[in-house]
Design a protein around this ligand. Structure first.
Ligand SMILES: [Zn+2]
Length: 104
């Protein structure tokens, strides 16, 4: 017995008549499911160190946001933060601030 024999003629008509609508809805639901899956994956990686996987915390030093890992002490810049730092003409203040904050 195949699947088609389980569908009554009225159901077949319904599916045929609404095929376009059902396909659109299926695609919309699939897209939503993929978005939820991607968000869940991002959540599990949020503020985790890309090297050791430990928790990272944020620091703001002279308007530059950086993350430091609690496990390996690695420092990371979000997109755009390094560019902002490079735009600052006198960067010595930033590096002195890092030294004072993290290594004293
Ligand atoms: Zn780490």
């Amino acid at each position: 017995m195949n699947d088609e024999s389980n569908i009554c003629p009225r159901e077949e008509d319904f599916y045929r008549e609404n095929e376009e609508h059902l396909k659109k809805r299926r695609n919309k639901l699939n897209k939503k499911r993929e978005e939820l899956k991607a968000n869940k994956a991002k959540e599990s990686h949020w503020m985790k160190c890309p090297k050791c996987g430990d928790q990272m915390f944020e620091l703001e030093l002279l308007d530059i946001m950086i993350e430091q890992c609690e496990g390996c002490d690695g420092l990371f810049f979000d997109s755009g933060e390094l560019e902002t730092l490079l735009d600052i003409t006198d960067r010595r203040g930033f590096f002195s601030s890092i030294k004072r904050t993290l290594y004293n």
